[in-house]
Write a protein that binds this ligand. Structure first.
Ligand SMILES: [Zn+2]
Length: 270
């Protein structure tokens, strides 16, 4: 798969999803010879890109401890003197700066400042990095918490925690680019269409993203606005979603957490 998607931005900042492993994306950002990568589960795609573009790797950001997000860190550090930022309370192969809610990551060579958000649920210490400096459109590196039309599985957290984390992400500006770490979009959309079969926005998204995949183009980043309109996990307060979740669960759902838990359980078993 080629790295076909490069989003233009002011100056020469570029936000690129580097395909890795089976269906991971390592998000990469470059500016004037300097680079940042997020969740390098594998070193080779990053090293190839750095060499191809003659870039120096300055920073590695980690969202959580899973192997497909940190597996390439040591190999990258063997060849580049990058600084590593990672969640405060997770076991990581290397980490120079531990971060948690409201910390900032200042990257002068990239002219970028990122804000850290705690978003537990997929793992207990999962963090996101939100950026809005130097690029007109804000973006968030949200790892395995919010996906295009889906969300991460609850390996170490409760439905209440995950819902609170998704609510936090949902409160970012609607034009925020959602930079998630997997190409799961079509399978998520297939399920979302079971939840809201009559949604024109979902059908339109299905058409658009199916075409992208046929052309081997990433479906990400999406925008938060798109997620709010089509992602069932961000729509637990919508009557259509509540009704579908209720019907699937076969018992009354008394809160948004109940609705979320029912949706997550449903998605786990499709
Ligand atoms: Zn994960």
């Amino acid at each position: 798969m080629k790295n076909a998607f490069t989003r233009p931005a002011p100056s020469d900042v570029r936000l690129i999803p580097l395909p890795a492993l089976n269906d991971n994306y390592i998000w990469a950002l470059a500016r004037q010879g300097h680079a940042l990568v997020v969740d390098p589960g594998q070193a080779a795609p990053v090293l190839d890109w750095l060499e191809r573009e003659s870039l120096q790797l300055d920073a590695i950001l980690l969202t959580h401890h899973h192997g497909d997000h940190v597996g390439g860190v040591r190999e990258l550090l063997a060849q580049h003197s990058a600084r590593v930022w990672g969640p405060a309370h997770e076991t990581l192969p290397a980490c120079d700066v531990r971060v948690s809610q409201d910390d900032t990551v200042v990257l002068p060579t990239l002219e970028l400042t990122l804000q850290v958000m705690d978003i537990p649920g997929h793992t207990a210490g999962h963090v996101a990095y939100f950026g809005k400096n130097e690029v007109k459109q804000p973006f968030v590196f949200c790892g395995d918490t919010l996906f295009a039309a889906g969300c991460g599985r609850l390996f170490e957290g409760t439905p209440a925690q995950m819902l609170a984390s998704l609510d936090k992400l949902a409160s970012l500006p609607p034009d925020t680019l959602v930079c998630c770490a997997h190409e799961y979009t079509l399978s998520n959309l297939r399920w979302a269409l079971q939840v809201e079969p009559d949604s024109p926005a979902l059908r339109q998204r299905w058409e658009q993203d199916s075409l992208r995949r046929k052309q081997h183009v990433p479906t990400v980043p999406s925008t938060l606005e798109t997620e709010l309109a089509t992602n069932p996990f961000l729509r637990t307060d919508q009557a259509t979603v509540l009704q579908a979740a209720h019907q699937h669960a076969g018992h009354p759902l008394n809160s948004r957490v109940d609705v979320f838990a029912s949706l997550r359980n449903w998605k786990n078993n499709v």
